[in-house]
Design a protein around this ligand. Structure first.
Ligand code: ZN
Ligand code: ZN
Length: 152
């Protein structure tokens, strides 16, 4: 699912590149330059479990580009959707790719982790499964099952 979303964003991004080239010819005021700089992906992210690997825009708790959000309660890896970002001038159009497991510290994607007060990678959450409430345990089991299905 996540990989599909990222693929879609990459396609949009290519579309955006073409659009930007056209606009550069029309608009020489330099306004676009600042945006492009902002949208540069500078942080490498690799999921410890599924090895999903992406360059992301931001790692941390207080992204400036997210409107009306005081703080994430974890260090999140975020990608900005370049297409909708243009339309809303950096509204809430971002995709959280992953976070850091609060137990082992590994970077994991949202598909390989759960968030229950803090983020836990699937390995740690399965290990400490009995510590979580029943509904969270069910989510952990489903995630684990999904991964095993993928490996087949
Ligand atoms: Zn993963
Ligand atoms: Zn962990």
């Amino acid at each position: 699912m996540l990989k599909f979303q990222i693929k879609m964003m990459e396609d949009k991004s290519k579309f955006l590149d073409r659009l930007t080239d056209q606009e550069k010819q029309l608009d020489s005021s330099g306004k676009e330059g600042r945006k492009d700089e902002f949208l540069e992906k500078t942080i490498p992210f690799t999921c410890k479990l599924c090895e999903l690997s992406e360059m992301v825009h931001y790692h941390g708790r207080k992204p400036k580009f997210v409107k009306n959000l005081v703080e994430f309660n974890e260090d999140a890896y975020l990608m900005i959707d370049p297409f909708s970002a243009r339309e809303t001038r950096f509204g809430n159009n971002f995709l959280q790719v992953g976070g850091d497991c609060s137990h082992c510290g590994a970077a994991v994607c949202v598909d390989c982790s759960i968030f229950y007060t803090r983020r836990f990678c699937l390995t740690c959450s399965e290990f400490y499964s009995s510590e979580f409430p029943t509904d969270v345990q069910t989510r952990i089991q489903k995630l684990g099952q999904g991964r095993k299905d993928m490996d087949k």
